[in-house]
Design a protein around this ligand. Sequence first.
Ligand code: SF4
Length: 403
Amino acid sequence: MPSDVPPSKGFSSRPASQAGREALFPSATDAEWTDWRWQQRHAVRNLAQLEKYIPLTPDERAGVQETSSLFRVGISPYYLSLIDRDHPLCPIRMQSIPVRAEARVRPGELADPLGEDKTRPEEAIVHKYPDRVLFLALDTCSVYCRHCTRRRITKGGEAELTKEQMRRGIDYIRRHPEVRDVLISGGDPFLLTEQRLEELLAPLYDIPHVEMVRIGTRVPVCLPMRVTDSLARLLRRYAPVYVITHFNHPKEITPEAREACERLVDHGVPVENQAVLMRRLNSDARIIQELSHALLRMRVRPYYLHQMDVAEGCEHLRTPIAKGMEILQQMRGHTSGLAVPHLAVDLPGGGGKVTLQPDYVVERGAQETVFRNYKGERYVYPEPEEVDCSCPYDAVWRERRWG
Ligand code: SF4
């Protein structure tokens, strides 16, 4: 990975993966280690390979065996090198190595927890919300996350879209002028070749009503060497392209990940983070706050903290709703607002996202509203006398606006 980006404050320039790399992949050259295709070719994909590198617990060994027909295992050498080989509750280990609980489907768990397949007019398109669509570009990832709620796709079988499926997806968007926002996901779109990515971005850019594109990716977390200058330049050409990444624990924010994120930002590509709250992995306000602070230091905005979806095999990682609220309450007021993510619940079965926050309103009246602040103190907000909130100039603005 070229290292022309100077580290931001608080980051070492020594790769976090160095010790793990020396222990696990001693013969890898610098050129190989920093080549994302080498990383993909050497990803660990089965029990025998995994046992070569990590002393598995009986629960993990059984987990790999019992989930083998349900969901892929795949861990890039880079991500593997960050695993604590001595501790099964290492957050990187918990996200990448299955345990037995994952093989059990509990009542109420869903294969398609967000109800995407019932709003899928084309193979590539999920159209659930009025002004935006999800574009499913492929079914492969650099690491198969044990909390993946789209595993019905990422377990394999859908593969990369054919040219025809991609064309039909783009045509669908062209025919729907209400679509102003396209979220490209999968699978991980950054595993596409740049040529293939451009075949998607270029026609979307040419559709006048598509105002922005977002790309959901865990590559900055699990395969940061994939974020090359050339990829960042490609994304910038089709601005506005937002990268939505997925760091869940501060341990994942390494100098390598920092370099990947800052390369995107330095090229004018904004990066936002969506974390998932997971029991015993990051279900603690201190951890989420450290994660948020580390994200902000590398200019990534902590955007959402997701309540775990009710997906098959994920119950052991789910937290009670109250835990997320408690975390937000412990953060709000104690750190900058930019560091406090929105707590979101994607309603099971396709109800869409709702956001939650601790309730600070004590009393609501016509004359005043009484709040309690983050310290529990009461404050009164007086209501104004005039309550007409219409905006008469808006009609003028809509008629005359430029651009
Ligand atoms: S990278 Fe995303 S889509 Fe792929 S396995 Fe992880 S959570 Fe699922």
